[in-house]
Design a protein around this ligand. Structure first.
Ligand code: PGA
Length: 246
């Protein structure tokens, strides 16, 4: 079955470095059957759009503004991303929630902004170690979904991908048990079923992210209900990422 494999490059690669990376990466994944999205820093979107035109690989950004235009120094809008050929945008990554104090309300606004210009959203949700230890994972996930998807219509979920990323697993080398991930994916689908519809719940694309690498990715893809992976650190290495997407 086809999976969606997303690379989150975070704040890595100058344009020159990314150009070299793509020159090495693209030939390796030429005949790949999976859907691939590369979420790059803003400064690499233009180069990405040029180099990916004759491929099936899609281009993603890592954030966008809650606002449409105006006096918001340093922000990047939905239309700016769209104009550069961006197809996807990550919203609510835990690094933005934690380091930049992004709130669920802002995340909801960003999702609405992205969808309004036909950008697909990769919505990240996940619990901290303390929340996991306190047995609050399901509660946290449900609360994040409720606030992020507030006011959306069922048909809009077709353009939303949900990435379950336990915060304690990101960049740590630690990962949940397959059984635990399966339970959370089921919880997400239950939430979508109860609040939208059974069809939306069956169709929604759900990824796992957090310390995915070339050695463990196969085990994650075997988990029931999973539709793909969000890869951080391992996507920076051409060979590692090529082996995962292939
Ligand atoms: P990681 O990052 O693969 O380096 O854990 C994943 C992410 O932050 O999306």
């Amino acid at each position: 079955m086809k999976n969606l494999i997303v690379g989150n490059y975070k704040m890595n690669f100058t344009t020159k470095e990314f150009s070299n990376y793509l020159d090495a990466f693209l030939p390796k994944v030429k005949h790949c059957q999976n859907d691939i999205v590369l979420c790059v820093p803003y400064t690499n979107l233009m180069l990405g759009a040029q180099k990916l035109t004759s491929t099936n690989i899609k281009l993603g950004a890592q954030n966008l503004s809650t606002e449409e235009s105006g006096a918001y120094t340093g922000e990047i809008s939905n239309c700016m991303l769209k104009e550069l050929g961006t197809n996807y945008v990550i919203v609510g990554h835990s690094e933005r929630r934690q380091m930049f104090k992004e709130t669920d309300e802002q995340i909801n606004k960003k999702i609405i902004r992205a969808l309004s210009v036909n950008l697909k959203v990769i919505l990240c949700i996940g619990e901290t170690k303390a929340e996991k230890n306190a047995n609050k994972t399901k509660q946290v996930i449900t609360n994040q979904l409720e606030k992020a998807l507030n006011g959306l219509y069922e048909n809009e979920l077709e353009n939303i991908v949900i990435a379950y990323e336990p915060i304690w697993a990101i960049g740590s080398g630690k990962t949940p048990q397959a059984k635990e991930i399966e339970e959370i994916l089921q919880e997400i689908r239950n939430y979508i079923k109860e609040n939208f519809s059974l069809t939306a719940s069956n169709n929604i694309c759900i990824l796992y992210g957090g310390s995915v690498n070339e050695a463990n990715y196969v085990n994650f893809l075997k988990i029931k209900g999973i539709n793909g992976l969000l890869v951080g650190g391992a996507c920076l290495d051409v060979d590692k990422f090529a082996s995962i997407v292939k």
